[in-house]
Each structure stands twice: as C-alpha cells, then as structure tokens.
Design a protein around this ligand. Structure first.
Ligand code: ADP
Ligand code: GLC
Length: 513
C-alpha cells in the first residue's frame, strides 16, 4: 500500500504539465520491488526430467526473470546430487509428524537461476525416477516424500527455513507439490499461492490412515479439503487450497470441467471457474529449441534450408537402422503411457509402412507398451525403428530429421513435443484435444483429427502423405510451422499479471493531478 501511495505522489510531482485540479481515475502499477516467487516442483529439466513438467519448471522461471525473482525448489534426488552442480547447504527444516528433518541446499546455475534443493537422503537418494523404482513401481512412501516437499515450501514462505530469502508467492506444480498451498492455509500463512495442473489424471492418492504421518488437520479429510472417494488426493489439495489454479492450455481448462476429462474433479473445477479462480495459460518453449543453433544437431538448418533438414533425416534413419528412402519419415517422441494413444499408432503402423512411410520411435514408460513397440520394430525391420529409453539428443535429432510427428493423445493438457516438432519443421499429426488443438493449425502447421479411432487417425495420416508428395505445399507448411510464435517470452505475461493481481499490486486508484 505504501508503494501505491508513493507512486501516486511521484506521478503528480514528476508531471511536466501544470497542476490541474481535475480528479481522474488512473491505474497504478507498482512493480517497484522485484516479486519473489518460489516454484515448487518435482522435475527440473536441467537435472531431472520425466516429461514436459521438467521443461516448464526450467524454462518458465527463466522467462519470468529478470523482472521477477523466481527460484525453484526440488527434492534432492540422486540425479540432482550427482549432477555436477555445486550444492551449498544454507538452511534446515524441522521434522513434523513422520516427516523427517532435512537440510536446504542451493545451486547457482550459470545463467543466474537459483535452485533450492531439499536434501534428505533417506527420502530422495535412490536409483530410479522421481516417482518410482527402475521397474516403474511407485515408491511406497511417495506420500511422505512429497508431503515433505510441500511442507518445506510452506516453511520457506513462513521464513522458518533459516534463510533470509522469503517468497512473496508460492507457485506449486502438479500433485507432488499439492500440499504446499494446503499446509500454508492450514497454518494460517497469508502468502498467496498458485497451483498449476499439468496433468489432472495423476491425482497423487494416499490412504486416509496416512493423515497422522503427514500431520494433517482433521479438515484435510473432508470433501472441502483433500478427501477424494475415501482417499486423500494431493492434487485435490492443491486445487482446494491455492488462491488461484491454472492449467496449461485454454482448451484443457475447459475440458477438465467436463465428465470426460475431469477425473472426478470436474464439479470442483467448474466451481473454480465460476469463482474466477481457474485459468488456462498455454505453455511456451525455451530458446534452445532452435534448429539454427541447437548444438545437439550435427547439421543445423533454418527455414528454406531443406537440404539441411534432409541430412538430419538421413542421420535419424541411420540411428534407427532404417533403410534409405524418399518416403515420409514419421517420429514418435513420447512417454509410453495410455494418455499418448500409442495403441492407435500400433494400429496404423502397417498402413504407414504399406504406403511407403517409415517410423522412428523413442519412448519409455509402461512395460506392456514398451514391449508392444519393440514387437513393431521386429515386424517391420528397416521400416520401423524403436529405442526404448530416454535420450534428449536423439529426441532433438528426431524432431529435426522427421517429416511428421505422431501424437494421437487421448488427452493432452498442453504438449510440448508438437511445438518442438513444428520449430524443427516436422508437422504434427495429432488429435484435436487440449493444447494440441490450441497449438496446431489443421492443414497449415499440421494435421488434426477428432475421434480416437484408427480410421480417423488414418485419415489425417493420408492427408500428411498427400502433402509429402507435393514438395511446394510441404515446404510452405514447414515454413509456417517453423515460424510459430511459441517462445516463452511471448507467453509469460498472463503469469506476471496473475502474480501481480494476487499480490494486490494492480489497483484502481482515484488521484488528483
Ligand atoms: P508429457 O509431459 O505429457 O510427457 P510433453 O509433450 O509436454 O508431454 O513433454 C514431453 C517432453 O519429454 C518433451 O520435451 C519431449 O521431447 C520429452 N520426451 C518424451 N519422451 C522422451 C524420450 N524418450 N527421450 C527424450 N525426450 C523425451
Ligand atoms: C504434462 C502434460 C503435458 C504438458 C506438460 C507440461 O506432463 O501431459 O501435456 O505439456 O505437463 O505442462
């Protein structure tokens, strides 16, 4: 408030106009002090990434800085401790119920991003992914691991982590961070919080008997709290207790208020919409996704350098043991999970090969889908190549070398792969859902289809084949796709405005000039 008043005076005093006794209404923006925002997340692409959450957690803070002071809190997984970054221990957290005491580390990235690391070896230093063991089984103590993360964020906001930096606002991402806004509300902390849903289907469920271990108050286990069909949902906690909820595309924001996409939370989410507390802000991509400069590519290329793109295609064919070919090369770069509609790709694979196409797949996920993909490669040697695994360099080379990206997702909150592909001149063939519908222009930058059926998918694939046989049209579409305005700096504004609103910094003020 003090700032707002000071600002009104400054406007008056510095005005070159003679003072006039007119009363006018004007809007005062007071971003005088850099807003301190704490991102709370379970993935950060710089050190550990399973999917797009890691990309967003890394790119969005950087895009918001330097006009904000955004710092990121992540658990100290083995991969983080062994990342080669220097971690200085700067603070500590007390234990609470079954949540053990732990330490706070700090990494200063070369570009200035500050990453806080929750150091607690007994919870995080394990072989496997952030969420489960090497066989894909969830860690049995995930409720403790991620409640510990949420509570650490609440402690930082309360200023009890023994460090000087204290956030003005906490921005929690997906179910692993869902308890951050909840602990803050239960303890009566006034720091505002934002919760972003990257994927509603991961509800973060725990048994209600876990309440005492997590030190939850009785109200947690109520319908207004985080109770969900006889369980506790960390995701619901984030939605119920944050001051504002966002999700990662406008279309998904609408979809999740319906029964088909709402995962049982559609009623609560529809209420949030009516209260003006749910927004859909599309993700962006960071500037490393540029085929002209990407150091992962052996041959960089730009718009109209189709010879450069062809060389990348040849490299992908070599990487995946595919025969030399003039036909279209389709890529799949995906987590291998139900959401991504890979059964549809299996169903159309034979038709793609019969029409002269080839497919290169990189992915990791559910063991049955991994095996199904391996079997496809065995059935069509030289035509379909499959790498089960996660490899950032190969993924980028595939976006650069492929003609088309297959993304028949059943649902897709935003999707980043289709944006990366477009930047690299690979046209997505995707289902018209969520962020795919918002970021692909059918027949202009890619191909969309509606029904989750092989027939509907094949129809879009046939359109892709047709375009491939017409180089002029193909290249025109590539040009449009490669110039799509996806970079984060073009899409951070809604977050900046939201933070400003929640911090009460934009006010209608009546003043006298
Ligand atoms: P989701 O977050 O649902 O997995 P997105 O499209 O938002 O989907 O983000 C996926 C991210 O993960 C992209 O950066 C994509 O390139 C990357 N990715 C997915 N699978 C692999 C893989 N097997 N190897 C390398 N990168 C991958
Ligand atoms: C989730 C979604 C994906 C989104 C990503 C980043 O993993 O599945 O659609 O792009 O989060 O927000």
């Amino acid at each position: 408030m003090g700032n707002a008043v000071a600002n009104v005076l400054n406007v008056g005093l510095s005005s070159p106009q003679p003072l006039m006794a007119n009363t006018i209404n004007f809007r005062v923006e007071t971003p005088k002090e850099t807003k301190k925002i704490l991102f709370v997340t379970s993935e950060l692409a710089d050190v550990i990434k399973v999917g797009g959450l890691g990309d967003v957690s890394s790119a969005l803070p950087r895009a918001l800085n330097p006009s904000h002071d955004v710092r990121v809190l992540i658990p100290g997984y083995r991969q983080v401790l062994e990342s080669g970054y220097q971690i200085r221990i700067i603070g500590k957290f007390d234990g609470h119920a079954a949540l053990p005491p732990c330490q706070l580390g700090r990494i200063d990235m070369e570009d200035g991003l500050i990453v806080y690391v929750l150091v607690c070896p007994e919870l995080y230093e394990r072989e496997g992914s952030p969420y489960g063991d090497e066989n894909g089984r969830d860690w049995a103590d995930n409720h403790i691991r991620f409640a510990r993360l949420g509570l650490a964020a609440a402690d930082m906001a309360a200023g009890t982590a023994c460090i000087r930096w204290c956030p003005d606002l906490v921005h929690a991402h997906d179910w692993p961070a869902g308890l951050a806004p909840a602990y803050m509300k239960w303890r009566g902390q006034s720091t505002p919080s934002v919760f972003t849903i990257h994927n509603l289907a991961y509800l973060g469920l725990a048994d209600t008997q876990c309440s005492p271990e997590l030190g939850l108050p009785p109200e947690a286990n109520t319908i207004e709290g985080m109770e969900f069909h006889g369980k506790l949902s960390f995701l619901k906690a984030g939605i119920s207790y944050a001051d504002h909820v966002t999700t990662v595309s406008a279309t998904y924001a609408q979809e999740i208020t319906t029964q088909d996409f709402g995962c049982g939370l559609e009623g609560l989410l529809a209420v949030k919409v009516r209260q003006g507390m749910l927004s859909g802000f599309a993700n962006g991509i960071d500037e490393s996704w540029n085929p002209l400069t990407d150091h992962h590519l052996e041959r960089n290329f730009g718009i109209n350098d189709w010879e450069g793109k062809r060389e990348n295609a040849e490299q992908v064919r070599r990487l995946f043991d595919l025969e030399p070919s003039e036909g279209p090369l389709f890529a799949v770069v995906s987590r291998l999970v139900y959401q991504k509609g890979l059964d549809l790709t299996q169903a159309v694979a034979e038709a793609i090969v019969a029409a002269g196409g080839q497919i290169a797949v990189i992915g990791r996920g559910e063991p049955e889908l991994e095996n199904a993909m391996r079997r496809l490669a065995e059935r069509f040697p030289g035509k379909i190549g499959v790498h089960v695994g996660f490899n950032e360099t190969d993924a980028r080379r595939m976006f650069a070398g492929s003609d088309f990206l297959l993304m028949p997702s059943r649902y897709e909150p935003c999707g980043l792969s289709q944006m990366y592909a477009q930047r690299f001149g690979s046209l997505p063939v995707a289902r018209r859902t969520g962020g795919l519908a918002d970021t692909i222009e059918d027949g202009v930058t890619g191909f969309l289809f509606d029904a989750s059926t092989p027939e509907s998918y094949l129809d879009a694939i046939h359109r892709a084949f047709k375009v491939h046989s017409n180089p002029e049209l193909l290249n025109a579409m590539r040009c449009r796709a490669m110039s799509s305005p996806f970079y984060w700096h073009q899409s951070v504004e809604p977050y900046a405005k939201l933070y400003s609103d929640l911090l009460g910094e934009t006010r209608q003020v009546a003043g006298v000039i």
